[in-house]
Design a protein around this ligand. Structure first.
Ligand code: NAI
Length: 479
């Protein structure tokens, strides 16, 4: 006899665990199944984000930033450091502790909200006849095999790193995001394929710790999805820091030897090149996790990428089956998955859960950080929309000067006629935090004048946002 639930959530990452908690808050009897194992074989809730993504990468970014500051920036503050050294094992152990605190936090939240947790791999068995209560039978394979039945199912199985054809990850020399967070000693030479979000974040960490980093990117432009002016500013900053970025490349054979990894590639002009590195991180995008779900047993529709087909409300092709996060269309971002998870739980409860896909913020946690919301200047041009643009450099912001971090700018784009904010793009210190104000503004359909008229604390980095809003009307006060 299967254990019965109102809702079974498959996957305990940001999409799944948040959906499970919200459904439980709304009075449903909820189970969440997740197979992630910690180093001792126990559960490790939180998915890619918590275990091998957002959280551990930020822990290492912080550590590497401290090291960089101590080595390169303390002196200008009159602080001298001698005998500076690096203990990568300890740095990685601290990162693991941060991860564990987050894993345990989610387990605690499940208990608090009475979500039943099953540690193992879930797959569809069959649809249950409506005369027997309807819903779906789910098999969980963990330490033992268990049978569950849920009236409704939320699939939140996430995504995995995409490997280059013929070059599988060994997580020793050829690394995905997972192995990139577990390198035991600073590699002398590090190669990166793909200058996307993961490539730049990981490249920043290991460069700051002393690695010579080369990034090979297929596209002829740097950070194609980012506003061009912001991407150019970021490119300038990364190159100045010593990151080697090759654009428009074509990657050929990759061979491993005892000495390291050799990558044959051709540059934008078509000239053959060779890159010899100790470690190679491949960050060329991710693929949805649907293998092993036994979707075919119930006729769950997948697209040609293997993603679950959903409508804009996260309903799949099957009644009572929903899917959220990286396993469906849209950006692979933890906070997008969370919003979808909450909205689905609320729809199940008869409420009107809603996700505004136009105001999902993006952040790249490099130094300088890059963050944006809404449309880029190139998108507005392509759409033929009349707009006004205002920029303000951190160089003219008092707090940024005091911080000693004046790279970058805030750029605001507003409709030429109505002044409604259409996009805000930031490269610079704490861009990840500054973007929140802009998301709120866009969610409430604010005009650039609204931001310009709001009192911003002095001295703060947020004054740069206000000044960018003033710049839209060509009346900055401090530049
Ligand atoms: P990505 O989609 O951000 O970037 C992949 C890059 O690799 C692209 O620039 C692409 O042109 C390039 N590329 C693809 N094939 C290539 C080839 N054969 N040779 C050279 N270059 C090639 O993918 P990434 O960095 O792997 O990240 C995956 C996902 O994880 C992204 O969708 C991202 O949203 C998410 N993520 C988000 C983070 C954040 O929000 N801060 C942090 C880390 C990941």
């Amino acid at each position: 006899m299967s254990e019965q639930f109102d809702v079974i959530v498959i996957g305990g990452g940001p999409g799944g665990y948040v959906a499970a908690i919200r459904a439980a808050q709304l009075g449903m009897n909820v189970a969440c199944v997740d197979e992630w194992k910690n180093s001792k074989g126990g559960p490790a809730l939180g998915g890619t984000c918590t275990n091998v993504g957002c959280i551990p990468s930020k822990a290492l970014l912080q550590s590497s930033e401290h090291f960089d500051h101590a080595g390169h920036h303390f002196a200008e503050h009159g602080i001298s450091v001698s005998g500076l050294s690096l203990d990568v094992t300890r740095m990685v152990a601290r990162k693991d502790t941060v991860v564990k605190q987050n894993n345990d936090g989610i387990a605690y939240l499940f208990k608090k909200n009475k979500v039943s947790f099953f540690h193992g791999r879930a797959s569809f068995v069959k649809a249950v006849n409506s005369t027997d209560g309807g819903g779906y039978e789910i098999k969980v394979i963990g330490a033992a095999e268990e049978a569950l039945a849920g009236k409704q199912i939320i699939v939140a199985t996430g995504s995995s790193a995409r490997a280059l054809p013929g070059t599988p990850f060994d997580e020793d020399m050829i690394l995905s995001n997972d192995g990139a967070l577990r390198i035991g000693a600073v590699p002398k030479k590090l190669g990166l394929i793909g200058s996307g979000v993961i490539g730049l974040e990981m490249g920043s960490v290991w460069r700051r710790l002393g690695a010579e980093v080369t990034v090979l990117e297929a596209l002829p432009i740097f950070l194609g999805a980012v506003d061009e002016q912001i991407a150019k500013e970021a490119h300038k900053a990364f190159v100045k820091q010593g990151l080697k970025i090759e654009l428009g490349v074509s990657v050929g054979d990759i061979n491993k030897s005892k000495k390291g990894v050799s990558v044959a590639w051709t540059n934008a002009k078509g000239d053959p090149q060779a890159l010899e590195v100790d470690k190679l991180i491949v960050s060329i995008g991710r693929v949805p996790n649907t293998v092993g779900l036994n979707a075919e047993a119930v006729g769950l529709q997948l697209d040609e990428r293997g993603a679950i087909v959903v409508d804009d409300q996260c309903r799949t092709s099957l009644a009572g089956v929903w899917a959220v996060g990286d396993v469906v269309r849209g950006p692979m971002l933890a906070h997008k998955a969370e919003e979808e998870g909450v909205a689905v739980a609320e729809r199940m409860a008869g409420q009107h859960g809603h996700v505004n896909f136009n105001t999902i913020p993006w952040v790249i946690y490099t130094n300088p950080e890059i963050a944006w919301v809404g449309q880029t200047e190139q998108q507005l041009k392509a759409a033929g929309r009349a707009y006004k643009a205002g920029t303000f450099p951190f160089l003219a912001n008092g707090r940024a000067r005091a911080l000693g971090d004046t790279t970058g700018m805030v750029k605001m784009l507003a409709d030429a006629a109505t002044d409604e904010i259409l996009g805000v793009h930031i490269v610079g210190p704490m861009a990840s935090e500054l973007i929140a104000e802009c998301v709120v503004a866009m969610e409430f359909r604010a005009s650039s004048e609204d931001i310009a008229r709001i009192c911003h604390a002095h001295p703060s980095l947020s004054e740069a946002t206000k000044e960018a809003a003033l710049a839209v009307d060509k009346r900055t006060l401090n530049f």
